[in-house]
Design a protein around this ligand. Structure first.
Ligand SMILES: [Zn+2]
Length: 225
């Protein structure tokens, strides 16, 4: 009785559309489940996400689960994941997409899933890394391990004083190092992030990973803008 009283005050809401869930056991409402704006890029080697990296980095394959639409379901899901403490949204979406990825030859050869790391100060502030949650979901249904610690985001201090403010900010945002160059040798890496826009963050992380010998890098994000 106490639980139903609490539910009346704070009903379980769909993290995509924010409407109350009619079945509290559901994760998202039936309408949203069937109207997720899926890209279905994953079976295709060449697609709008892979094209973002053309001439920049050598990626084996790249894809996004959803289209990022302002005011749409995907924006609601990502907002809840990033700013509302809803880590479970990332895991849920990862689990869904993991099934799709395993059906393709492009992704079923992945050896390890690596989320785009957050700088440790930002991690401490937010309490979690939204890309790690997505990676965890993918890991469950793809049955592949994750690595959260070998690729690290750092702050570069070498050339900052000579750069203007904006460039300095960009510089701070996009520095990654791989701690152990032997660990991923000859491996197929799936690098994952929440939303891909210009792709500059993924590019920077892929550049760091490309230092590893015989590495194969693929990319998967929750959404693409
Ligand atoms: Zn909904």
């Amino acid at each position: 009785m106490f639980k139903s009283f609490i539910n009346l005050l704070f009903p379980n809401c769909c993290p995509a559309c924010d409407n109350a869930l009619t079945n509290p056991k559901d994760f998202i409402c039936t309408f949203c489940r069937f109207h997720l704006p899926k890209t279905n890029f994953h079976p295709h080697k060449i697609n709008p996400v892979s094209k973002k990296f053309d001439g920049r980095i050598n990626v084996h394959s790249a894809t996004s689960f959803l289209y990022y639409i302002k005011g749409g379901l995907s924006q609601g899901l990502i907002w809840n994941l990033k700013y509302n403490g809803r880590k479970d949204v990332g895991i849920y979406l990862g689990e869904l997409y993991g099934y799709d990825l395993m059906e393709t030859d492009l992704y079923n050869t992945v050896d390890v899933i690596i989320p785009i790391p957050l700088h440790k100060d930002k991690y401490r502030k937010r309490g979690y890394n939204q890309s790690e949650q997505f990676a965890e979901g993918l890991s469950k249904t793809m049955n592949k391990p994750t690595d959260f610690s070998t690729t690290v985001k750092t702050i570069s201090t070498t050339t900052q004083t000579t750069k203007r403010r904006y460039e300095r900010w960009k510089n701070v945002e996009n520095k990654f190092v791989v701690n152990d160059l032997e660990l991923f040798r000859g491996k197929h890496i799936l690098l994952v992030d929440d939303v891909v826009t210009t792709g500059s963050t993924l590019e920077a992380a892929a550049i760091a990973l490309a230092m590893v010998q015989d590495i194969k890098i693929s990319i998967a994000t929750i959404a693409c803008a």
